[in-house]
Design a protein around this ligand. Structure first.
Ligand SMILES: C[S@@+](CC[C@H](N)C(=O)[O-])C[C@H]1O[C@@H](n2cnc3c(N)ncnc32)[C@H](O)[C@@H]1O
Length: 245
């Protein structure tokens, strides 16, 4: 099996040697990739629906049966505290991922890593991380199948080292420091979308137009800002535009 950029990015953020649970496993492709390449020690593939689990069972059938389990249930509910070091929640909305994690505090308390790939609601996902005070240890954007996908690794055992800003929430806390080509392409796409919405809205709805203009301005500042935001990470204080929305 040859995973695409999205699944590859998720696999890369799983810690080698961990016992993992893949929540909403669907076809079990992530578990298959991680076990075939001997990245993880053991995997629990969880889904709330019978048909995806049957698909996962078929796809995993050629693997050593002692290395994985299939469990049916809602979110992290089929897990007991301490059973796995890492959970992966991919392909679900960011707000829903947060709710599933919140519904299992005893399990989350024993995790060393949470890997998420929110399909939408990226800001809600980041707000969830910020509100819990967990450390965001990696954040990547990949282009896959004509869409941008966000993949994050969270360390729930470590407290965050600095406050989140509105720009972190909107544009990516680590992404806007790394400023890679995929992030720039995504930012340009955001800018085009906001300008198109502004053109369509015109001045018929002045409040909405003002909001869109402000958002376009924030994107433009973010794309051109200098010095590099790493300066603020090095303790030289926040960049001016970090102070507000
Ligand atoms: C879009 S697929 C994502 C599959 C896979 N994680 C991926 O990223 O390719 C969503 C899967 O999550 C399952 N799912 C949705 N909500 C769930 C929940 N609360 N608990 C467990 N599984 C869930 C669905 O049945 C479906 O198989």
């Amino acid at each position: 099996m040859r995973p695409g950029p999205r699944l590859s990015a998720i696999s890369e953020l799983v810690r080698p040697g961990d016992r993992i649970a893949d929540i909403g496993t669907d076809h079990g492709w992530l578990v298959l990739d991680l076990l075939e390449r001997d990245i993880v020690r053991h995997a629990i593939a969880i889904d709330r629906a019978a048909r995806p689990l049957a698909n996962a069972a078929a796809n995993l059938a050629r693997l050593d049966r002692t290395r994985f389990e299939l469990r049916r249930g809602d979110g992290l509910q089929p897990l007991s505290p301490g059973e796995v070091e890492t959970v992966v929640l991919a392909g679900l909305g960011g707000a829903r991922i947060g709710r599933l994690l919140d519904a299992a505090p005893a399990v989350v308390a024993t995790l060393a890593r949470i890997v998420v790939q929110p399909e939408r609601d990226w800001i809600a996902m980041r707000r969830w991380v910020a509100a819990r005070g967990f450390a965001l240890v990696d954040e990547r954007l990949v282009a896959d199948d004509g869409r941008f996908r966000l993949v994050c690794a969270i360390d729930p055992t470590r407290a965050d080292d600095r406050p989140w800003t509105e720009a972190d929430l909107a544009f990516g806390r680590r992404l806007r420091v790394d400023r890679g080509p995929t992030w720039r392409a995504w930012m340009e796409q955001q800018r085009r979308a906001v300008l198109a919405a502004l053109g369509a809205c015109g001045e018929r709805r002045p409040d909405r137009a003002a909001q869109l203009r402000a958002r376009a301005a924030r994107i433009a500042v973010e794309l051109t800002r200098w010095p590099d935001p790493r300066a603020s990470l090095a303790g030289r204080g926040p960049a001016p535009e970090d102070s507000g929305a």
